[in-house]
Design a protein around this ligand. Structure first.
Ligand code: ZN
Length: 161
């Protein structure tokens, strides 16, 4: 039992390092020229304000993604991990990641009938650490709500409030 808790602590440290690394050196940061889809996410509680851009080709594949704006370490790291993860995916696959991330972070039990329950979150699992800090869950999910809104062309701006 002791060994198990130690390895969980180590895993948590690794995840924390991954989040800090993406917060300090965000991947795909900046404006995307020629973007076909974009949405802005605002989290007034924390002051996070991020805009995400996507280039989606005629086959529905996300050929590129970038984000800009400012926010706390968790919101920036989450947006960085998001862009890293979804570039090259079809939009349906990206939306499955959205559903899987929201489901994991909101603590809702996964429904085995849903396609997203089979999604391998990979390094996105690092985001799950914020569940210990409920007020930060909105920081971690902000970029994902913007992704969902941009792909579905619902609205230019999503707000957590
Ligand atoms: Zn935040």
């Amino acid at each position: 039992m002791i060994a198990q808790s130690q390895s969980q602590d180590e895993l948590r440290d690794l995840y924390r390092e991954l989040i800090l690394d993406h917060a300090r050196s965000p991947r795909h940061f900046g404006k995307l020229d020629g973007a076909t889809h974009s949405a802005e996410g605002i989290n007034p509680l924390c002051g996070d304000k991020l805009k995400i851009y996507f280039s989606i080709d005629a086959d529905g594949r996300i050929s590129d993604a970038k984000f800009e704006g400012s926010g706390c370490a968790i919101s920036v790291a989450s947006a960085s991990l998001l862009t890293d993860t979804i570039i090259g995916l079809k939009t349906e696959a990206a939306l499955n990641f959205f559903s899987a991330v929201i489901s994991r972070l909101s603590g809702r039990s996964e429904d085995g009938e849903q396609p997203f329950s089979k999604v391998d979150l990979g390094k996105l699992i690092a985001l799950e650490g914020v569940k210990e800090f409920p007020s930060r869950v909105k920081c971690a999910t902000l970029a994902w709500h913007a992704l969902n809104s941009a792909i579905r062309n619902e609205s230019d701006t999503v707000s957590t409030e």
